[in-house]
Design a protein around this ligand. Sequence first.
Ligand code: HOZ
Length: 437
Amino acid sequence: MDVHTPVQTLNHTASLALFEAAKHKIPGGVNSPVRAFKSVGGNPVFVKSAKGAYLFDEDGNQYIELINSWGPMILGHAHPLIEEAVAKAIVDGLSFGAPTRREVEMADLICQMVPSIEMVRMVNSGTEATMSAIRVARGYTGRDKIIKFEGCYHGHGDSFLIAAGSGVATLGIPDSPGVTKGVANDTLTAPFNDLEAVRTLVAANKGQIAALILEPVVGNMGCVPPADGFLVGLRNICDEEGIVLIFDEVMTGFRLAKGGAQELYGIKPDMTTLGKIIGGGMPVGCYGGKREIMECVAPAGKIYQAGTLSGNPIAMAAGKAMLTHLNDNPEVYTQLETTGATLEAGLVQGLCDAGLPYVINRVGSMITLFFTDQSVSNFSDAKTSDTEKFGRYFRLMLNQGIYLAPSQYEAMFLSTALTPEHINTIVAAHKNALAQL
Ligand code: HOZ
């Protein structure tokens, strides 16, 4: 019989003091709600630094990193290639609000790696990318409505805060106050993986739907892969009805394959949105797609979208270093798949030994453990999870130095900095946590 080590609570004195101070000046003490640990209990850990597979907090605790800034740190933290590129760029100036060579090189690289993107516009975040993409889709089609899926999260733009996942689902406020009825009425929702529901919406709103947007592999209700035939079914519906198909690849882009989920599943969307991943973690995003659509964007066309910081030189330098590395080293994806499969096998073993009901969804280096006994293929399924149990599990893992996403409705993101030894450590902590749930 395994002997389990009782989990001691780590010292979080400095984090706690910072959180108390933060609550006086920052709403809820955090600059993005999901960081507040609200659904898992306890208080947020304040990060001091990160390197490779590790995160270090203000109290000197060390954690193995499984969030990786919600996806972009594919190569782990403070990777020398990216650090060097940023250091070199900084001496040339921080922001110009004018075009630069690096933006042209980045646009070339993105179009090369994601062939459905024929033209691309840089913005500053994934939220900005998705908000801009639907404006362009509306301008291009002359239609107002969009379809999104329950539990998908596309940033905090008004149109997307309807039946949203991520922090919105975590805090139980799926339809945020402040979103006007008009905007809400233009957002139609369907359950993920339900083609019939989409067909019904399209038939009931004939000629009115500008865009259908989705995370092709969802990360924001936990990891939920597309069912066989789902993505191709959506592609066909959009073709038949003249609807712009938008893949939100803020989390999956350059992570699941060089060309993102669209390469993995062999489906070409009309438009793609990307986020922090194209800046190696710097604040950046972009949207792009078919030339015919993108040429409608000002100043080439009449659909307005702009930004002083768009294509920021430091973000471009970091992004170019990371994307070039991914482009030149396809073995990164084999390594991420192996790491993901090894972690999954270890987690499954622990859960079977403990005799606990579970579902693990994984696509490559995105993975979620749901505490439920029914398969999870949409948001209703995800909500059958025992979130209390997830909270206890989260705290037991944190206190053993494993940093998971602080919500059942998020995915873990693995990096190439994780070694087999790290995976062994995570699995040992997992077994220990399960024994003490
Ligand atoms: N699921 C979010 C990223 N797509 C979490 C990050 C945040 O909201 O701060």
